[in-house]
Design a protein around this ligand. Sequence first.
Ligand SMILES: C[S@@+](CC[C@H](N)C(=O)[O-])C[C@H]1O[C@@H](n2cnc3c(N)ncnc32)[C@H](O)[C@@H]1O
Length: 294
Amino acid sequence: MEMGAGKGNTAKWLRQTHGAFILTSDINPKAVEIQEKNGLLGVVSDARKIQIDDWNGISFYLEYFPLIYMEGLLCNQKGKDINNVITSAWSFLSPGGHLLIADIRNAASANTAFSNLENHQQLIHDWYKRYKKNQEAFNLLGLKLPPYHFMVFKPGEYKYREWGSPQDLVRGFNDPEVFERIARHLGPNSIKKIIRKLPGLEIVEELDEVFYSRTGPLNGWVLHMVKGPRYQLYPWYKDMTKNQRQNYQDIRRFESRANPRYWDDYRNRLVKNFNQARINKDLTKDIIQSLNFN
Ligand SMILES: C[S@@+](CC[C@H](N)C(=O)[O-])C[C@H]1O[C@@H](n2cnc3c(N)ncnc32)[C@H](O)[C@@H]1O
């Protein structure tokens, strides 16, 4: 599954080159339309929540996906949303599953791959000019934002204004036709702190990368994590491995899902498992509230 897949270019490439079957998701319905035009299976979904394909309010895709990745999604988030996106990915990841997070840090942070580029000094210089102009624009707008935040304008003819003067940025910000969002470059260290609190998730690789955007090379990083071998949330299979689950003769398999007691039991166990996993409280509350069986 890809979270915040945008147009789905990476998923399309993975399908064409590796035959991968990927569920792409994005909060923006226009992006999902493009994913579908690209022949992908796309869903509109908010990555900050447990929200992929609910049926009767229960997500059957929890602990389901063997690989989840997100590229440039965290730089769209702020504050506790970052934690919620990562926790949500953890909830969807199957036992033994892989989680890959790729994002962009501030241009001058150490990265051998990036500093091997011949023109990296110039790129850093250009980005610092852009950060500075954005800070001036935020000041003019009375917004208090820490360093490395910048405005992103909607795709199309206004894009070039992102690199304009602080006044250009203020005008763009005030025009709903032009303004898309505020983003910011972030390093992997703040993300690692969140990951260490998620049960069973282990960082197995950390890479420096160069990503290429419309505006040229960017200073990027990748974190690769693997989840422990046992189910942690799944009501009937908690603490089992995938193999144990397969061999498990579950009496409930033959019970009717039309029986409300089935769902009461499901819900109670799921809530208990979420509480036991001690993941962030906000998300647990959201999940419990979204388990609406009526
Ligand atoms: C910088 S783009 C990256 C797109 C794509 N991953 C790529 O690498 O080309 C960020 C994407 O995340 C999506 N996004 C932002 N917040 C989101 C959220 N809370 N849930 C799902 N998608 C979100 C945006 O709509 C946008 O398509």
